[in-house]
Design a protein around this ligand. Structure first.
Ligand SMILES: [Zn+2]
Length: 213
């Protein structure tokens, strides 16, 4: 498989690892909790004084457990950073400055609250908290970057640019772009929702993460 060229990697790093550093730099400090499940070693970062910290931590563990129990190959180090005192995006970061694969997830302070966007995490799913579903969505981005490969995921002219077709059965947010479609479909499947054959085909066409993959 071809490699992503160095100029493209260098162009992406400020918005990728650079954004990650800016995010974690906004906190005065984190407390770290380790969590092992299957072949995944997770580190959960919460700000001291975050009254929602314990609930976020439980939600993150539930997300990791769900994805692995469903048969997806989530392995290695997964770091999840929870914001309490500042605005932050819910986002997955995929690459360090050496372009090595990483799975660092940031969760904003509003992760447990209802947001104004229509996404899978904002719909009601018995047995799954909002922070769990959001975290599963972000894990979906991580696994998608691996299953699609960096050329497909990051390259200019990638087939992942443009709009998805079958987003409406998932959420409004799934219609944002093809990567969000895959992450929303991944979240939906992991919490037990069935996709239509057409949506499933589209998910496969975009190299969405598959069980055992
Ligand atoms: Zn997303």
């Amino acid at each position: 498989m071809a490699n992503l060229d160095d100029a493209r990697k260098a162009a992406l790093l400020p918005s990728e690892y650079g954004s990650f550093l800016r995010f974690i730099g906004q906190s005065k400090g984190y407390q770290v909790e380790s969590y092992q499940y299957g072949k995944c070693q997770a580190k959960i970062y919460t700000e001291p004084g975050d009254k929602g910290g314990a609930k976020k931590s439980e939600g993150i563990k539930h997300a990791i457990k769900t994805v692995i129990s469903n048969g997806y190959a989530l392995r290695g180090e997964v770091r999840v950073y929870c914001a309490m005192s500042f605005e932050a995006q819910n986002r997955a970061f995929h690459r360090d400055p050496g372009w090595n694969s990483i799975c660092y997830i940031t969760l904003g302070k509003e992760v447990m609250a209802a947001a104004d966007r229509d996404s899978i995490s904002q719909q009601s799913h018995p047995g799954f908290e909002r922070e769990t579903v959001t975290c599963i969505h972000e894990i979906g981005h991580h696994l998608h970057e691996l299953s699609a490969g960096d050329v497909e995921f990051w390259g200019t002219g990638s087939s992942l640019s443009g709009r998805p077709v079958n987003a409406a059965e998932l959420s409004q947010y799934a219609g944002t772009n093809k990567k969000e479609f895959v992450a929303e479909a991944f979240a939906a499947m992991n919490i037990g929702r069935k996709l239509s054959a057409a949506a499933m085909k589209e998910y496969r066409d975009y190299n969405g993460p598959m069980i055992g993959g």
